[in-house]
Ligand binder design. Structure first.
Ligand code: NDP
Ligand code: HSE
Length: 393
């Protein structure tokens, strides 16, 4: 029998306990041994929970129990979770997490401790919720040089955009719904302002290119400044507006990474991804484009990914997955990237063409430019008096 301890009995932690319970027999049959949730650590009391007898408040019980094989960290944040994760790894325990803030910010250090202690630190659930994404990236695509990664990396904002456009509800109402469904972060600013997707594009970049991309150095723009008018104009011209994380390896070896809302042509499969679903395109130099799609947040989908890591660890107890990244990716200035831009204002298509060269008119006063650098697009927007400037994928 393998014993696990869950730290943080919220949306994901409770989901992990539920998956372990509902699939107990099939998991035991596949794994060849039972997986027992020995402890659940939380600051709150759950007297009516069926797990009440397993609830503890003192982390040192987990730390000092030699029977605990795997610690599941679903507390979130980078304070207590960092301390407990360091200590669990130092105590020689495998750790599995869904905490992207911790992985994006302290992953390099935590993976080094895991290596020293010959244990695993796995975090499949930290990007893409229930989508099998990180293991395919570092394992199945290992023979490729990864050229580009682009996708919808935040379920909450995709849910909000979908509800606003298709359900006609307000931003505030849609956010409340996302919170009630357990999709949003404890502080939903991280979702709405692109910070959560930013952490995820950092983790994907770390794994893809082996060098740490620090969240603090990545440009992150969310959906709070989006005007529904632009979403409507885009829709009537065959585009959808999506919040995308985007990273690519440049010819000089630098990595460009950022998060921003984009117009996406409806011919691109990413455009039709709605609700809490995420979709990520990874381009490898051998495989070409591969797409990953599924629920990007929520209790059971995320728990599915967490438990997948737990089972992997248990099955290969004495074998460490060789995951890690070194310090200091060289980041490209995203202002130097050439891309098409959507501009809207009180200007004619002719005036836009004078400023930008080619320009496709989507509606009166709304155009998509030819590829140009950000500084040039912003200069053209200023000259035209444009009130909306968005990237086009
Ligand atoms: P929740 O806030 O629902 O759960 C966290 C739980 O940990 C709460 O019960 C919280 O209690 C408890 N907690 C807080 N501090 C401590 C502490 N010091 N010791 C023990 N327990 C503590 O968060 P989620 O389950 O939504 O998210 C957990 C992590 O997973 C986050 O990193 C999140 O980003 C990530 N994630 C979440 C997904 C989702 O769909 N929700 C999907 C993928 C990843 P209290 O409420 O009283 O603070
Ligand atoms: N708040 C996150 C989201 C949870 O909405 O995508 C999943 O990481």
């Amino acid at each position: 029998m393998a014993n696990i301890a869950i730290m943080g009995f919220g949306t994901v932690g409770a989901g992990v306990a539920e998956v372990a319970r509902m699939n107990h027999d099939s998991i035991a049959a596949n794994l060849g041994e039972e997986v027992n949730v020995k402890y659940i650590l939380d600051v709150r009391d759950f007297p009516d929970s069926p797990y009440a007898a397993k609830m503890i408040k003192d982390f040192s019980i987990i730390e000092n129990d030699p029977e605990v094989d795997v610690v599941v960290e679903t507390i979130g944040g980078a304070r207590v979770a960092l301390d407990f994760t360091r200590r669990a790894l130092q105590a020689g325990k495998h750790v599995v997490t869904s905490n992207k803030e911790l992985v994006a910010t302290y992953g390099r250090e935590l993976l080094e401790i895991a290596k020293e202690k010959n244990v695993n630190y796995l975090f499949e659930a930290s990007v893409g919720g229930g989508i099998p994404l990180l293991r395919p990236l570092f394992q199945c695509l290992a023979a490729n040089q990864i050229e580009e990664i682009a996708g919808i990396l935040n379920g909450t904002t995709n849910y909000i955009l979908t509800r606003m456009v298709k359900g006609g509800v307000s931003f505030a109402e849609a956010l409340k719904e996302a919170q009630a469904k357990g999709y949003a972060e404890a502080d939903p600013t991280a979702d709405v302002e692109g910070i959560d997707a930013g952490r995820k594009i950092c983790i994907l970049s770390d794994l893809a290119w082996g060098k740490e991309v620090k969240p603090a150095e990545v440009s992150m723009e969310g959906i709070s400044a989006l005007d529904l008018k632009d979403v409507d104009i885009a829709a009537s011209a065959g585009y959808r507006v999506k919040l995308l994380g985007h990273a690519m390896r440049m010819e000089d070896g630098k990595v460009a990474a950022y998060v921003a809302p984009h117009l996406v042509s409806q011919d691109n499969p990413i455009a039709t991804v709605d609700d809490v679903f995420n979709a990520v395109m990874i381009r490898g130099n051998a495989v070409g484009d591969v797409m990953f799609y599924g629920r990007g947040a929520g209790d059971l989908p995320t728990a599915s990914a967490v438990m997948g890591d737990v089972l992997d660890v248990i099955e290969h107890r004495t074998k460490r997955r060789n995951i890690g990244w070194s310090e200091g990716a060289c980041l490209a200035d995203i202002k130097e990237l050439s891309m098409r831009w959507y501009l809207r204002g009180e200007f004619s298509a002719e005036a836009a063409r004078k400023e930008c060269g080619e320009a496709e008119e989507l509606a009166p006063g709304a155009v998509i430019t030819a590829p140009m650098k950000e500084a040039d697009a912003k200069a053209a927007a200023a000259a035209l008096g444009a009130c909306a400037v968005l990237r086009v994928l």
